[in-house]
Design a binder for this molecule. Structure first.
Ligand code: GLU
Length: 473
């Protein structure tokens, strides 16, 4: 085996990239990067009834969005049938595999019978020692599994896991329709692609002794194995749609940042002291299977949301602005193709990024900055746009019309002079202005809001608020 670490992510394109798959891909990639190795993407699409090209695209889209780039591939198993066939032929030639003429119906009937008798269904080996072909039947090919002894999986996470060979069936490696089966293709590919470490979910642990026997039969060195702990939902059952979104792209659409999701995924099973927030560079440096636990990991959406907020807060307003634009379009705040001064938008984003947990929240909170005309929240309007506030708003309107300086300091001076003149607290002016500018009672500091809105929009909205009070009166 070469010294270079070579790992692979081998999804079956029978669905979107989900949380569990993304974590497997991430751990593989981190392991490769940590050792300066190679990360291979292999699409396991031999199940023609369930694999689709759309899902291949969806998986690639998910990985690309997460920034999980690979070094080789994507290889498709569909393109490699001749290779599998030659490996099967070799096992047959060497007497390590044999033709099986049992039909699917016969096998099913025997399975049912065994179950009814309370036995574990297993292939009974009846074609093992056939010397002559059965005419008129296209056979499947079975691997001759050792019947005695044990197979030890030396797992990087779980340590030694021992399987009795008597429990391992003579597995079908080539179906009668000529298609190879998973355990065969995975071993052939891992050999052919010179994979040094197989990192995958522990739902595959039971397949590993069978695969080790295939390595032995071919005479190839067995790679390292690391079976990642399961991911559970809050009720401790296997994570599924019942627990909410499980597809990676759904998290993109809900306004999660790829880095926040990656950061969350890595903590599903792996830890590094108490640290929660990691850069990719830190992850690459620290990653090792020594810090991956055996226990199942529980998916916690609140923690993911918290992490997302940490990432949103830490980003530069400029970078965040680029990411929020598609969400502004989706929320109908911005028309498709409508141009916007990005430097200005970044100023608006800066006033709100401390408060938003997702890009969707951020986009929604930007609405009053961007739209021409705002709506007043009825309760806020009743409470703050009334006779009491009217003289204050009118004074402000007059003062700001003559004011060129819309900086925090410039605006503060104007506000202070007005509240002093009327003998009221700042809030008596600031709240009506807030409703006038944003439609509601919650917003960043009022001077920041006016600063971003600028003089024209501010005066227009003040006038609209004054007119609304007049109408009421
Ligand atoms: N194609 C398998 C799956 O999606 C993965 C096989 C493997 O990693 O060995 O579950």
């Amino acid at each position: 085996m070469s010294d270079t670490v070579r790992v692979r992510f081998a999804p079956s394109p029978t669905g979107h990239l989900h949380i569990g798959g993304a974590r497997t891909a991430l751990f593989n990639r981190l392991y490769a990067r940590h050792f300066g190795g190679v990360f291979v993407l292999r699409i396991e699409d031999t199940d023609r009834s369930r694999s689709t090209d759309e899902y291949i695209d969806a998986i690639i889209e998910g990985m690309t969005w997460l920034g999980l780039d690979w070094d080789e591939g994507p290889f498709r198993q569909m393109d490699r049938f001749d290779i599998y066939r030659s490996y099967v032929d070799r096992l047959i030639r060497e007497g390590k595999a044999y033709y099986c003429y049992c039909s699917a119906e016969e096998l099913e009937a025997r399975r049912q019978k065994a179950m009814a008798e309370g036995k574990t269904p297993a292939y009974d080996g009846r074609c093992r020692n056939l010397t002559e072909p059965v005419p008129g039947i296209t056979p499947a090919v079975r691997f001759r599994m050792p019947q005695i002894g044990q197979t030890v999986v030396d797992d990087l996470i779980r340590g030694k896991v021992v399987f009795d060979n008597s429990q391992l069936d003579d597995l079908i490696i080539l179906r009668s329709d000529g298609t190879p089966t998973y355990n065969l293709t995975v071993v052939v590919d891992d050999v052919d692609m010179r994979i040094t470490h197989v990192i995958r979910g522990d739902d595959h642990l039971n397949n590993t002794p069978k695969q080790i026997q295939l390595y032995n039969a071919f005479g190839y060195e067995v790679p390292g194995f690391a079976h990642l702990p399961m991911i559970l939902g809050s009720d401790k059952t296997r994570l599924s749609k019942r627990h909410g979104a499980t597809s990676v792209m759904a998290y993109r659409d809900m306004g999660y940042l790829p880095d926040a999701l990656l950061n969350y995924l890595v903590r599903l099973g792996w830890s590094y002291g108490d640290q929660e927030v990691f850069t990719m560079e830190e992850l690459t440096r620290y990653f090792s299977f020594d810090n991956v636990g055996k226990a199942a990991a529980v998916f916690n959406p609140e923690k993911l949301l918290w992490l997302n907020q940490q990432y949103i807060m830490a980003m530069t307003p400029e970078a965040l602005t680029g990411m929020v634009v598609p969400f502004l379009v989706k929320e109908n705040i911005l028309a498709e193709g409508q141009s916007l001064d990005m430097a200005w938008l970044a100023r608006a984003v800066k006033t709100l990024q401390e408060r938003a947990k997702t890009l969707v929240e951020l986009a929604k909170s930007l609405r009053y900055y961007i739209v021409e005309d705002i709506e007043f929240d009825p309760r806020a309007k009743d409470k703050f746009l009334n006779e009491k506030g009217l003289p204050l708003l009118e004074d402000l309107n007059t003062e700001l019309a003559a004011q060129a300086d819309f900086t925090h300091e410039g605006l503060e001076r104007v506000f202070k002079a007005i509240v002093e003149k009327h003998g009221v607290k700042l809030g008596a002016l600031a709240q009506p202005v807030r409703v006038a500018m944003t439609g509601g009672t919650e917003s960043p500091g009022i001077f920041e809001v006016l600063g971003v809105l600028g003089k024209d929009k501010t005066l227009k909205r003040l006038n609209k608020a004054i007119a609304a009070i007049d109408q009421k009166g």
